[in-house]
Design a protein around this ligand. Structure first.
Ligand code: 8IG
Length: 281
C-alpha cells in the first residue's frame, strides 16, 4: 500500500466522505498481518516519560513504524519515529503499544489525533491506557510524580465525535481501573485539563484551570479518551508530572528540563505500568 504524508491532501482521514472507523479497521488489519496477532486485548499510548514501559510489560512480538499503518501521520518531531509494538503479556494476552501520538496542536484535525485509539479498538482492545507528560498545579507534586487521571476538562473546543453522537462521559476514567491501580500503589488523582498548545499556559490560564477544577495541564489525552469511550473501551489515564504548571513555581518552563524529568522517571514508571498491566489485562 502506498504511504501518505500528513501534508498530502490525499490523507484518507481528510476525506469527509470516509468513515474514520473504516480507516481504523484497515489499520487494524495491517497490524494483525504484521504482528500475526489476530486480536489485541489492551492498548497503551505512551507519552513523554512513559516510553520505556513497553520492554518491561512482556515479550516483544513485533515492532514497526506507525507510518507503515494506514491513517497514521508522520511524527511531528523529526528523529522521533512513532513506533507501534505488539507485546505478549505473561498471561498470554496481547498488548498493543502505540508510541506515536498525533497532537491536536499539529493542526491536522481531530480525526488524526484519535486514529490510534480507534485503531486500537479495531484490533480488539477493550482497555485503553492513555499516558502523558503534563504540568501539575499541586505544588507538592515534584517532577517525576505519576498521577491518576480522575476526570478531564476539554478546553480544545473540539470533539472527535461527528454529527449528533451523544456519548455519556460519566466515569470516563474507569473507577474500576483506578481502584485496581490504587490497590497496587496509592497515587494522587487529578482532573486533567487539555489545552490546545503548543505553547504552555500563561500563569493566568493555569490559575483558571485550577478555579474550574483542574489539577493537571496538558495537550493530549482528553480527545483520545472521548474517542476511546465512543469505541466502547474502558479507559485508564496516567499523567507523569514533569513540571509545575506555569506560575506554580517561580522559574519559567524549559522544554529540555521537562524532557529530562521524564527521562529520569522512566525506569520507575515502566515498572509501575508493568504491574498495572499485569493486573488489568
Ligand atoms: I510535559 O505545563 C508538559 N506538557 N499544557 N502544560 C501543558 N502541557 C504540558 C506541560 C504543561 N508540561
Amino acid at each position: 500500500m502506498s504511504q501518505t504524508h500528513p501534508t498530502d491532501s490525499v490523507h484518507p482521514l481528510d476525506n469527509p466522505g470516509v468513515d474514520p472507523r473504516a480507516i481504523a479497521a484497515e489499520a487494524a488489519a495491517v497490524i494483525a498481518d504484521k504482528t500475526g496477532v489476530a486480536q489485541h486485548d489492551i492498548a497503551l499510548t505512551l507519552g513523554s516519560g512513559w516510553g520505556q514501559a513497553a520492554s518491561s510489560i512482556g515479550e516483544l512480538i513485533a515492532e514497526f513504524p506507525a507510518s507503515e499503518v494506514p491513517g497514521f501521520s508522520k511524527p511531528a518531531l523529526e528523529g522521533h519515529t512513532g513506533t507501534i509494538k505488539s507485546i505478549k503479556l505473561p498471561s498470554g494476552r496481547h498488548a498493543l503499544i502505540i508510541g506515536a501520538r498525533t497532537h491536536f496542536y499539529e493542526g491536522h484535525g481531530v480525526r488524526r489525533v484519535v486514529h490510534s485509539v480507534r485503531t486500537a479498538a479495531a484490533t480488539g482492545a477493550k482497555i485503553m491506557v492513555l499516558t502523558n507528560g503534563a504540568g501539575g498545579l499541586n505544588p507538592a507534586w515534584q517532577p517525576g510524580t505519576p498521577v491518576l487521571i480522575r476526570d478531564h476538562i476539554n478546553l480544545t473546543a473540539a470533539s472527535p465525535l461527528e454529527g449528533a453522537t451523544f456519548v455519556d462521559l460519566t466515569d470516563l476514567y474507569s473507577q474500576r481501573l483506578r481502584d485496581v491501580v490504587q490497590g497496587l500503589e496509592p497515587l494522587d488523582e487529578g482532573v486533567y485539563v487539555q489545552f490546545r498548545g503548543p505553547h504552555y499556559e500563561t500563569p493566568a490560564e493555569v490559575k483558571m484551570a485550577g478555579i474550574i477544577g483542574g489539577d493537571i495541564v496538558g495537550m493530549s489525552t482528553a480527545l483520545e479518551a472521548i474517542a476511546a469511550r465512543e469505541a466502547g473501551m474502558e479507559i485508564l489515564g496516567l499523567s507523569l508530572i514533569t513540571n509545575p504548571a506555569a506560575g506554580i513555581s517561580p522559574t519559567p518552563l524549559n522544554h529540555e528540563e521537562v524532557i529530562a524529568a521524564g527521562k529520569a522517571a522512566e525506569t520507575r514508571l515502566a515498572a509501575l505500568l508493568a504491574r498495572i498491566v499485569k493486573e488489568i489485562a
